[in-house]
Ligand binder design. Sequence first.
Ligand code: HEC
Ligand code: HEC
Ligand code: HEC
Ligand code: HEC
Ligand code: HEC
Length: 464
Amino acid sequence: MLRKRELISAYELFALFRNTALIAAFVSVLAVAAGCKDDSGNNTAPPTRKDSSEIFRKAFAMPEDCRVCHPQHFEEWQRSMHAYAMIDPVYLAFDSIKNIRSNGKLGQFCLECHSPTAILIDNAPHSSAKDKISPISAHGVSCDVCHRLAPDQPSAVTNSSRFTTDSARRGSIIDPVPNSYHTSLYDSRYEQSIVCKNCHDMYTDGGLLIEKTYTEWKNSSFPGRALSCQSCHMKFYSGKAAKGGPDRERVHRHQMVGVDVPLIDFPGREETIAEVQDILHYSVKMDVLASESARISDKTLPIKVKIINVLTGHSIPSGAVFNRQMWLEVIVTDERGDTLFATGLLDRNGDLRNNTSEEVKAGKIKYDSNLVVYTGSAYKHGVETHFAWEADYIEERMIPPFDSRTNLFNIPIPKRSGADMRISVRLRFRAMSPALLRLAGRADLIEKLPTFEMERYSGTIPVK
Ligand code: HEC
Ligand code: HEC
Ligand code: HEC
Ligand code: HEC
Ligand code: HEC
């Protein structure tokens, strides 16, 4: 469970250094400091919050420092959602909404994953406290957030004892060559999903698991097939892990593409859009089943659309499911172009014609009662909410790995023999709705939000 962060206690701080060579130096520095300031003779004054912030500040390096020797890793990370996590305008908007709605009670909650260093180094009260956020924290999930994982500390998210402060960077190279900047340590966890778990399973303050990509993966057959998060999100290639280092058979991509794309000017936006299109295209398979011809006497033609999650290591969608929209657009016309059936169309604001649509709410257009959207919905006291961190229940309409969903649509058959029924089916996806961006006060970003086509089918059925 995510706990609200408390100030680092002296005990925690000592626990952090217990097994490192630094403790001796640290204790002696403290003793000197205490000896100077404290003339009462009490030399055991515990370190303060400020001391620990200072230690983390010295330890956590800017990604630009790593760039010098790891230019390829830097370029890829720089355009990742990890680098975007603390400048993401939708994130910042909802973090502010959260502060207002919780009266500041959940201050650092969102920072736990979006920028752990903002807590450890800056003790920033929340993400929008610009004057408190240091440059390293503005980098969100920076290199060192991942490469300073303390051994045997898999659990709490920003617990200070989860990170190391010595010079070692940990990774999956068994025989790293030495360099002048840091020592290197092999740690087998970096080849496993466990390094992603803390942030890719999200519990509310009340203990409800609301984002559960890791748990979905864990409960699937992927662990048994030795396919980790890295297998799909950090493809390997052969090359150098560092300038001047040896050629290696396996180094790993760091852009870690999912379904989100940056909505503001950000490095590699176009490449990211192309990669999201790619990953979404291979993740599912769509089968459309209908008879070869339609008989007027049958009145309606059943069309079955089956979506199979063939290659997603978790449910699709996953993670922030309450924001995602994966939906079926089915349009059937006759040979004259007159519409016989349509679902999955958008309203004038770009929203689906369901409870997200202003036009539906205002009674201007009809509710799309055939609409199929794969997503999740967050509820608080039985009422749907966009503030998922307050939820007490998540209704899940995602498709688990290797599972499928079949949807039946009954299409009215034209009452003329010789007519044609022209069927178009598309499976579409977007990371969030225009309605959500309006709620965030960022309607200006709607035009930047791409909608992806995952699968497409078209066919003609003659009427007999
Ligand atoms: C002076 C050059 C230099 C700088 C600066 C540098 N590294 Fe490295 N790093 C290396 C070399 C060389 C290796 C070993 C590469 C090899 O053996 O193929 C390495 C290896 C690594 C490894 C793999 C360790 C293992 O055993 O798996 C990680 C992780 C790493 N560096 C992270 C970082 C991070 C994070 C930064 C910035 C905070 C950084 N490095 C800065 C040169 C550097
Ligand atoms: C077998 C390949 C595979 C594995 C294993 C895998 N993923 Fe994915 N992942 C995908 C595909 C394909 C997508 C795009 C479809 C989707 O959104 O689910 C994706 C999407 C995502 C997303 C965005 C999901 C959304 O809808 O918002 C996140 C976050 C993610 N993966 C993280 C992880 C983590 C963490 C793990 C390990 C616990 C993992 N993935 C394991 C293939 C994989
Ligand atoms: C979200 C976590 C995460 C972030 C952020 C991250 N890395 Fe990594 N990195 C990993 C993991 C996991 C591996 C090991 C992948 C494997 O072996 O399957 C790795 C591997 C490496 C390696 C070893 C060579 C290789 O490619 O396998 C180096 C060097 C490295 N990272 C440097 C960096 C640098 C530099 C940054 C920032 C510019 C960075 N990493 C950011 C998780 C991360
Ligand atoms: C310290 C927390 C943290 C760790 C550790 C972490 N992530 Fe993330 N990850 C995030 C956050 C936060 C975001 C989203 C940032 C945003 O969009 O504002 C994210 C985004 C992603 C996305 C893109 C999701 C999308 O919707 O497009 C993928 C894929 C992903 N992470 C994979 C991984 C993998 C694989 C690992 C382990 C090697 C990992 N992450 C480790 C915090 C983390
Ligand atoms: C336990 C870690 C964790 C915490 C705590 C967390 N996030 Fe995230 N956040 C993520 C990850 C991981 C992603 C990547 C998207 C995904 O998983 O689908 C993400 C993505 C996002 C996004 C990107 C847009 C989207 O829909 O993908 C927004 C906005 C966001 N988070 C807002 C928040 C807010 C606001 C809070 C605090 C109320 C918060 N997050 C707390 C891990 C976390």
